[in-house]
Design a protein around this ligand. Structure first.
Ligand code: ARG
Length: 460
């Protein structure tokens, strides 16, 4: 009896261990990259005379047939295999026999998985960059159309000084442009091929690592085989960069949620990007913006997870590193989806220019310009600041804007005020006079928009 039970126990434990160890549930995501790496490997082996030309062709034919059958659904990637590498190799041997066993010559799963992950991340960096570029095109279009759409600029979420919608969106243009440049930097550093690192100490076969690297579009081969199999810095860099993208998107979403609220009504999110409430008929909720803001946490979590996984790992490969995949895949898919949805949301969003302009007129956003007017007419800045402060109090009491005061009222506070004060503090003047590079003046913003177009057409 005991033996029977023992046998049963061992079997179940084996199954649990197998399941715990297996990665096929998620590493099938880089099936295409695994095939690509294997083809490059056998091509190099044949060039070096380690395989014959016939063997190479047979293996490549077998790999192609596996791809075909997976694509047309006749071959399923199942949990029967521990990981995607075993799935491909087992099926290859099943199809072409003993020659298939030569595929893994001079290779270890350690450099194989290091290569697959790099190929996968490299492809994704391009896709993320493309999504960011599409977002920038939409932002710049909105900027161009709103060079003279006045709105309040805020500090501490309090109305501060008038800006334009173009200027506000222009701030995000800069952020996402830097995000693209981070993608570019990461690519430059990570585009080296670990294949040929073997398990950790290279191999005794006369591999041509540079050749294999070149046919896969890498700049070259990694210079140290222990580092080659155990480096995941580029994953960390990507997740840090994606966290920054999400942080930017989340800030933008937060603003759109505020602008979409009943109190502001600066924007109207298209019906396609909002939902109603099941109970409150008047509601139109900014769900997409809220979800993007909410999903930011997942991407930050992936970054913390991989940093923690990597921190205690002795050289070289350790199984802990299998944990680099699920969260990275999730973070990439999440960020890509968020960028695309966010782009669609702002592309279809309506801007209530009248509401924005009215809001900029309220809240004394021209108070600094009124003080500057006094300064230009000989009043020391500190005194001017005090005079305008008193005027603001007076206006709050009367519930009027600075522009609503009569010249006599202005002159009660300072005899320096003349008729030209009205022009000096008009919204248009306040914005148009800010003409230094980076400021909201429409003339200078127009130049920025043109520079942005040039940057976007350069295909950087
Ligand atoms: N599934 C493994 C991973 O993702 C592949 C490498 C396995 N290597 C090994 N020595 N067990 O890291």
């Amino acid at each position: 009896m005991a033996q029977l039970w023992g046998g049963r126990f061992t079997k179940e434990t084996d199954q649990l261990v197998y399941n715990f160890n297996a990665s096929i549930g998620f590493d099938q995501k880089f099936f295409a990259q695994d095939i690509r790496g294997s083809k490059a490997h056998v091509t190099m082996l044949a060039k070096q005379g380690i395989l014959t030309m016939e063997e190479k062709l047979e293996i490549i034919g077998g790999l192609d047939s596996i791809v075909r059958d997976v694509e047309n659904g006749t071959l399923k990637i199942t949990e029967k295999y521990e990981d995607i590498h075993s799935f491909v190799e087992a099926n290859l041997i099943e199809r072409i026999g003993d020659v298939g066993k030569k595929l893994h010559t001079g290779r270890s799963r350690n450099d194989q998985v290091a290569l697959d992950m790099r190929l996968y991340v490299r492809d994704e960096i391009h896709e993320i960059d493309e999504e960011l570029k599409k977002l920038l095109i939409v932002i710049n279009r909105i900027m161009e159309e709103n060079l003279e759409t006045y709105m309040p600029g805020f500090t501490h979420l309090q109305k501060a000084q008038p800006v334009t919608l173009a200027h506000h969106f222009g701030a995000y243009f800069e952020m996402f442009k830097r995000d693209r440049s981070r993608m570019h930097d990461i690519f430059e550093r990570m585009n080296y091929c670990p294949l040929g690192s073997g398990a950790l100490a290279g191999t005794t076969y006369p591999l041509d690592r540079e050749y294999a690297a070149n046919i896969m579009g890498f700049y070259g081969a990694t210079a140290n085989s222990m580092d080659g199999v155990s480096d995941r810095d580029y994953v960390i860099e990507l997740l840090a960069a994606l966290s920054t993208v999400m942080m930017h998107l989340s800030r933008f979403c937060e603003e759109i949620i505020i602008w979409n609220s009943n109190e502001y009504r600066f924007v109207e999110i298209d019906d396609a990007y909002s939902t109603g409430s099941s109970i409150m008929p008047q509601k139109k909720n900014p769900d997409i913006a809220e979800l993007v803001r909410g999903k930011t946490g997942r991407v930050y979590g992936a970054l913390m997870s991989i940093l923690t996984t990597m921190k205690g790992i002795p050289l070289a490969y350790n199984k802990d590193m299998q944990e680099d995949k699920e969260l990275t895949f999730d973070a990439i898919d999440t960020a890509k989806g968020c960028i695309a949805l966010f782009t669609g949301m702002i592309d279809t969003m309506q801007f209530r220019k009248d509401r924005m302009e009215d809001s900029a007129k309220q809240g004394f956003t021209n108070a600094t310009d009124a003080a500057d007017y006094l300064v230009k007419n000989g009043v020391p800045f500190r005194d001017a600041h005090g005079i305008i402060g008193q005027i603001v109090l007076y206006c709050i009491d009367k519930n009027i804007a600075l522009d609503d005061m009569s010249l006599e009222e202005f002159q009660q506070f300072s005899p320096v005020f003349k008729e030209d004060i009205y022009d000096a503090i008009s919204l248009k003047t306040c914005v148009e006079k800010r003409m230094t590079l980076g400021a909201p003046g429409p003339a200078v913003m127009k130049m920025v928009v043109e520079d942005n177009k040039k940057y976007l057409s350069e295909g950087e």
